[in-house]
Design a protein around this ligand. Structure first.
Ligand code: DGJ
Length: 690
């Protein structure tokens, strides 16, 4: 299969994935027009494609351009906004060649009047339905005059024209991330955005569009996600002519990048993925793509971890951590992570951030005794860090008050009593690398939980005329530091965290091993949060802890088994105060941890099917089903669960009871779960019979 095809006569390029095609062509005026994103086509069929839209009246027009700028009769969302030195904004892009190599397509353009070059870049792979896109803008002028760049989109994703569209995305907040919503697409511009300098809890940079007729397992869906960990904006437009398109850009409105002669600006990657198999099919394709092409270490079976945060809060010390570590090891935990509070004067959130040496009163001999005992117990050792932050009440801030993002003469707004270090300054990035590298080296730290508990405010750098760049520069510096640490310490794992799930995105997943999904560990709330997470991101990256009952955040009481089962649908962790768990609870927890280890290859690597009040994973011959019952009215029928993705001709053996099920019966009639009580749950592990 040729993944990139060029038809010189038609001035057309087609990208081919296993189940989709993507086609653009130059029109007679040299404008790049979007032709197709959807079912697979042959080159001959692609050459016969009419334009998606070709509307030109005396009053209006719409051409479905692949990457519209400003100027001319263009009234939609511009992918590119620049201000030339003379104050004008129009651009007229002339084709300037193309390059094809190994699944990469670069289409180059030159601005007719200004010294600007533009590359539209695409990448496809033979084993993934994802199309990666990004853009590079170059200033080639020699006259010293900069241009101002207000927006440089990674991509504009145009859908085929349909009578209706529906937009799916997630909304939320701290402890309520990833609430999935699907609503008719407004005949307007719908802006999903983060202006906070992080990916954000309130929205997440992806959208799923369909024609209003897709379901979980049927229908066409067009999805796209931006791989960026800072501010971002996805504008979904439904134009007056009925067309839908989603423009993906890093950054929010306001900050401009000044591009000087000789400089270039490259966007992050935006990935689009088309599926003809509904929302579930799209999710499975995303999971496969992220595992194959995004995660740095996809083959690792994610370890069962213990994290001390909910048990101790800031009240950490050697004796307490040793006690928890011993109890965790007895449950079968494989990685022990000490959370916030181990350094400097950090007894609460008012002081100590930035002073990354073990607290002498709590760890008089440093971290070595704890790390050694954790290893002796057979576990790996992990630590919480928050490298981008500083408390004003810290030695670091007293020594370097100018190292934080701030604007001259303006207040330094504190959130959670902390300020943001300016990682775009080389000396700050070098300082952060030095202590992190030293910490990992000295203690052989296996896992860093990299937190980021506040957003950017007064994001300035006095005296620097390019200060607006720091919105991008901060993110790039964080990515670079993570990349460098991973390169220097190949065994190091990193967990992305930002007050729970505030920094969940494909760029983070490219340099971390799992994400802390939410500070909300209530298993009932988690069902919704995890449902949203799994729309795009694979379950094996989704950190899920079993914590105490009543839950410290919600006060809700839930059975231990229910809490475990919900957490076992992702990367299982335990975060409860084990010193308060009864002997019976500890014994049952140990059984459930052992059970998770048996099913985790299926959960972490399998294909996910979302059923009603259940999730199912299929991996090779194995099937795992986790089903639960929420609060149901008395007498509500217990409807059999119809499993998906099975071979109807095969038999499947229950790995716990030996009972044999026919695939056809499980699919057609369904499985009786026997869940008659609220908050009961069941885990089923089947293996296809030879
Ligand atoms: C926010 C994280 O989401 C929590 O898990 C915990 O690490 C705290 N920060 C520590 O301050």
């Amino acid at each position: 299969m040729t993944v990139v095809h060029h038809d010189p006569a038609a001035r057309l390029w087609m990208l081919t994935t296993p189940h989709s095609s993507y086609v653009v062509r130059l029109d007679d005026h040299g404008r790049l027009r979007h032709l197709h994103w959807g079912a697979r086509l042959t080159p001959e069929q692609a050459a016969a494609l009419p334009y998606v839209l070709d509307v030109a009246t005396n009053f209006d027009g719409e051409l479905a351009e692949e990457y519209p700028g400003e100027g001319g009769a263009r009234f939609g969302v511009p992918a590119l906004r620049v201000v030339h030195p003379d104050g004008s904004r129009s651009t007229e892009w002339r084709p300037d060649g193309h390059r094809i190599e190994d699944g990469l397509l670069v289409l180059s353009f030159r601005e007719r009047l200004g010294p600007l070059e533009l590359d539209l870049c695409y990448r496809v792979r033979p084993d993934s339905d994802a199309v990666d896109r990004w853009t590079e803008l170059r200033h080639t002028g020699a006259d010293g005059q900069p241009v101002r760049v207000g927006q440089l989109a990674a991509a504009r994703w145009t859908l085929p024209l349909r009578a209706d569209y529906r937009l799916g995305h997630v909304t939320g907040g701290w402890s309520a991330e990833n609430r999935l919503t699907r609503e008719p697409l407004a005949r307007a511009e719908t802006v999903l955005t983060s202006r906070r300098g992080i990916t954000g809890h309130q929205a997440n940079p992806w959208v799923v569009l369909d024609a209003g007729d897709a379901g979980e397992e049927h229908g066409e869906v067009w999805t796209s996600a931006l791989a960026w960990s800072g501010s971002w904006r996805i504008t979904v437009e439904r134009t007056v002519h009925g067309l839908a398109a989603a423009t993906h850009a890093a950054g929010h409105e306001g900050p401009e990048v000044v591009l000087r002669p000789g400089e270039s600006w490259r966007t992050p990657v935006s990935t689009g993925l088309y599926s003809a198999h509904g929302f579930g099919g799209a999710s499975r394709a995303w999971h496969a793509h992220v595992r194959a092409h995004v995660l740095p270490r996809p083959d690792e079976l994610r370890p069962v971890l213990y994290n001390s945060w909910e048990a101790t809060g800031f009240d950490v010390g050697l004796a307490g951590q040793l006690d928890l570590a011993r109890r965790a090891a007895a449950l079968g935990v494989e990685l022990f992570v000490m959370d916030d509070g181990w350094f400097g004067a950090r007894k609460d959130d008012t002081a100590g951030l930035g002073d990354w040496t073990p607290a002498p009163d709590r760890f008089p001999d440093g971290l070595a005794p704890l790390a050694a005992e954790v290893r002796r117990l057979g576990m790996r050792f992990g630590l919480w860090v928050e490298p981008e932050m500083v408390n004003p009440d810290s030695d670091l801030y007293r020594a370097h008050p100018d190292w934080v993002l701030h604007e001259s003469g303006r207040p330094r707004t504190e959130l959670r009593n902390q300020l943001v270090l300016d990682f775009g300054r080389p000396e700050v990035a070098a300082w952060a690398h030095a202590w992190l590298d030293g910490l990992v080296r000295e203690h052989g730290v296996d896992h860093l939980k990299w937190d980021m508990n506040r957003v950017l405010t007064e994001a300035g750098r006095p005296g620097d005329p390019d200060a607006d760049r720091l919105w991008h520069g901060h993110v790039r510096a964080v990515h670079a530091l993570m990349d460098r640490l991973r390169a220097d310490h190949p065994g190091l794992r990193i967990e992305a965290c930002s007050g729970g799930g505030g920094r969940t995105d494909l760029a983070m997943l490219a340099r971390t091993d799992q994400v802390w999904t939410s500070d909300n560990t209530d298993a009932l709330d988690r069902i919704a949060i995890q449902h949203g997470y799994g729309q795009i991101y694979p379950p094996g990256t989704m950190g899920a802890w079993v914590t105490d009952s009543p839950n410290p955040l919600t006060g809700r009481r839930l059975p231990l088994e229910f809490r475990f089962h919900v957490a076992m649908t992702g990367a299982l962790g335990i975060g409860g105060d084990l010193t308060h768990w009864s002997e019976d609870e500890l014994a049952r927890a140990a059984e459930l941890v052992a059970r998770y280890k048996r099913i985790r290859p299926v959960v972490q690597r399998g294909r996910l099917y979302r059923l009603r009040d259940a999730v199912q994973y299929v991996h090779g011959d194995e099937v795992v089903l986790v089903a639960w019952r929420l609060a149901e009215p008395h007498g509500a029928p217990v409807v059999p669960l119809r499993l998906a993705g099975l071979d109807p001709q095969a038999r499947y053996v229950d790995q716990d009871t030996g009972e044999v099920h026919h695939g056809a019966v499980l699919t057609a009639r369904g499985l009786s779960t026997g869940l008659t009580r609220d908050h009961s749950s069941r885990l089923l592990h089947l293996r296809r019979q030879d």
